[in-house]
Structures are given as C-alpha cells and as structure tokens.
Design a protein. Structure first.
Length: 103
C-alpha cells in the first residue's frame, strides 16, 4: 500500500519557526528581533505573536516575548506520557527476563 503524502501548511511552519526561536532565547525578544531572526516582516511576526499569545504559547512582557506556559504544559504532558510508557516497557522487560526459557 502506498503511503500518502500530505501538503505542508506554510503558515504553521512559520509559526513553528517563531516558537523555536523563542524557545532558544534565554531572554525575551522583541518583535523586530524575532522578525529578523526568522526572515519575516515585523507586522507578520506580530500577528503570529498575538495569536500565539491568545493560545498561551507565547507570553508578552512589556514589548518583548518569551515562550508561554501553554508550551510548557504540552512538554510536561509529553514527558509524563513517555515516563508512563517507559514504566510499562520496563515492567514488560522484567517479566520477560524472569520468565522461563522456551525448550
């Protein structure tokens, strides 16, 4: 069966670039700084920032921006899910190790 290829959504890619940039910054960054870093017009970046702020993915501090708690909560949920999977895998491995060998 042939795997389906889906079209990529450019606006989401651009929004992701902004979030990745902010995620790398130790200090909040201004709209113009972000725009220069991701290669987009400042007005466009400000629209993305406003939308990300509404979703909680970006937090505004004065005229600067940083990663918001919405992204931190997503990361925490992912970490929790992975730890739960690891516990299940570890338990399954332990059971396999203590089981009898096939004859």
């Amino acid at each position: 069966m042939k795997e389906r290829t889906y079209k990529r959504i450019e606006s989401i890619r651009k929004g992701n670039e902004i979030l990745k940039y902010l995620g790398q910054m130790k200090e909040p960054a201004s709209g113009p700084e972000i725009a220069a870093a991701v290669g987009l017009p400042t007005g466009t970046v400000m629209c993305y920032l406003a939308t990300h702020e509404d979703a909680g993915f970006v937090q505004r501090i004065g005229d600067r921006y940083q990663v918001g708690l919405g992204l931190v909560l997503i990361k925490s949920r992912l970490k929790s899910n992975l730890e739960g999977q690891r516990m299940l895998i570890d338990a399954n491995l332990k059971e396999l190790d203590s089981g009898s060998s096939p004859e």
